[in-house]
Design a protein around this ligand. Structure first.
Ligand code: BGC
Length: 352
C-alpha cells in the first residue's frame, strides 16, 4: 500500500481533465483498491479517456471493502452521475445500490469483474478471463516439459478471491490444462488441496497466500522440492516468492519453482527479468478503459454498445453483453517487446 500511494499521487498530478470536461455530464468510476497497481492505472486511464470525450469523471477507490464501495456509489448517485463504471470488490454485494442507480436511469457498466445477481448491468468490459487461466496452466506445462513426458513434478495451487467472479474463470481455465496431468500423476499436489474452496485467497490478499504456502512448505516440502506454483496474480506471486527465497530457493543451485502471475505489475516484471517469477499475463488496461468508455459514450447516446460475446458471462440473473479483450503471456523472452514497445511502460521505469 505504502508503495502505491506515491504512484497514485504522481499519476493524479499528471492527470488533468480537459477544460470542457463537464460538458457532457458526470460518469462515476468505482475501482476496488489502490493496493494493487493495475487498478490505479485502470482508474486513471478511464478518467483520461472520459475527459477526452468531454465527460466529467468521478473516480473513487474502495479500499477492498464492499461497504465502502456501496457508500461511494451512493454518493455518486446523489452527485448526479449518468453512467457508473464499476469493478466490484464483492460481486453480489452491489445489488441494492445498483437498483437505486437504475431507478434513476443511470446506466451501469461492469468493469473487468462481473457484477453478480442483478438485472441492472448494461454492458461488461473485460478480458477473456478463462483464457488467462489456460495461459497460466500452459506456461507450467511448457516450462516443466510435461508434453514430453517429463516428471513427475510437485505443484501447489493458489486461486483468487471467492467473491470475485474472475477468480473462478482463472481457476477453471488453469485446471482445464493442469487436471489431466494431476490425474495421470505427472503433476503431484502433495497437499492434496485442489478444490477452489481449499486454494482460494480471500480479497486476493498476498500475505494470506504466503502464510498458506508457509504451512504447506513445512508440512510437505521439508525434504522434497516444490517444482511449480499456480499463482493467480502478481500480488500473490511476489509474496510466494518471498517464502521461497527464505527457504533457499533461487540460491546455491536450488532453482525457483515455476511461478505464474497476472497483471504485469512493475515489480513482477522486474522479478521476471531477474529469473525469479516465471511469467505474468499482460492485460492492457488502456485498451480495457477504452472499451468501457466507448460503452459509456454509446449508452449516453442511446446507441448500441460494442459487444463481441453474448454467451460466456451469466451473472446469475441474465447473460450479460460483453466485450472480451485478449490477454498476452509475458516472460523473460518478450517483456520488452510487449510492455516497452507498446508504450505501456518506459524502460527506465522498469530498470529503476
Ligand atoms: C483482476 C486481476 C487482479 C485481481 C486482484 C481480478 O479480478 O482481473 O487483474 O489481479 O482481480 O485485484
Amino acid at each position: 500500500m505504502k508503495k502505491i500511494i506515491p504512484l497514485l499521487l504522481l499519476a493524479s498530478s499528471l492527470w488533468q481533465a480537459p477544460a470542457h470536461a463537464q460538458d457532457k455530464g458526470k460518469i462515476g468510476i468505482s475501482m476496488p483498491t489502490v493496493a494493487l497497481q493495475r487498478w490505479v492505472i485502470d482508474g486513471l486511464a478511464l478518467g483520461r479517456s472520459l475527459g477526452k470525450l468531454d465527460y466529467e469523471p468521478d473516480l473513487k477507490f474502495a479500499d477492498n471493502a464492499p461497504k465502502q464501495q456501496i457508500a461511494q456509489i451512493e454518493k455518486m448517485i446523489t452527485d448526479g452521475v449518468r453512467v457508473l463504471i464499476v469493478a466490484p470488490v464483492d460481486g453480489p454485494a452491489l445489488k441494492d445500490v445498483l437498483q437505486k442507480a437504475a431507478d434513476k436511469k443511470i446506466k451501469i457498466i461492469s468493469y473487468d469483474r462481473l457484477i453478480r445477481d442483478t438485472p441492472n448491468i448494461d454492458g461488461y468490459a473485460t478480458f477473456d478471463n478463462y483464457q488467462v487461466g489456460v495461459m497460466q496452466g500452459e506456461d507450467i506445462v511448457n516450462r516443466l516439459g510435461l508434453k514430453d513426458k517429463a516428471g513427475p513434478f510437485s505443484i501447489e495451487l493458489f486461486a483468487g478471491s471467492p467473491d470475485d467472479n474472475n477468480a473462478f474463470f482463472f481457476y477453471n481455465g488453469a485446471m482445464s490444462v493442469l487436471k489431466p496431468y494431476i490425474e495421470n500423476g505427472r503433476l503431484v499436489v502433495e497437499s492434496g488441496q485442489t478444490a477452489m474452496e481449499a486454494i482460494a485467497t480471500p480479497q486476493w490478499n498476498g500475505v494470506t497466500a504466503r502464510l498458506r504456502l508457509d504451512k504447506l512448505m513445512t508440512a510437505f516440502y521439508k525434504t522434497k522440492r516444490l517444482d511449480a506454483i499456480l499463482a493467480p496474480n502478481d500480488g500473490i506471486s511476489l509474496e510466494l516468492l518471498a517464502t521461497l527465497k527464505r527457504l533457499g530457493y533461487g540460491s546455491q543451485g536450488k532453482e525457483f519453482p515455476v511461478v505464474t502471475g497476472q497483471d504485469a505489475d512493475l515489480n513482477s516484471v522486474r522479478s521476471i527479468i531477474k529469473s525469479e517469477q516465471s511469467s505474468t499475463i499482460f492485460k492492457d488496461t488502456r485498451a480495457l478503459a477504452d472499451v468501457a468508455v466507448n460503452m459509456a459514450d454509446a449508452l449516453m447516446q442511446n446507441k448500441p454498445i460494442p459487444v463481441n460475446d453474448t454467451k460466456t458471462y451469466n451473472n446469475g440473473v441474465k447473460l450479460v453483453n460483453s466485450f472480451l479483450l485478449k490477454p498476452v503471456l509475458v516472460d523473460k523472452s518478450n517483456w520488452s517487446k510487449i510492455l516497452v514497445d507498446s508504450g505501456y511502460y518506459k524502460s527506465y521505469v522498469i530498470s529503476k
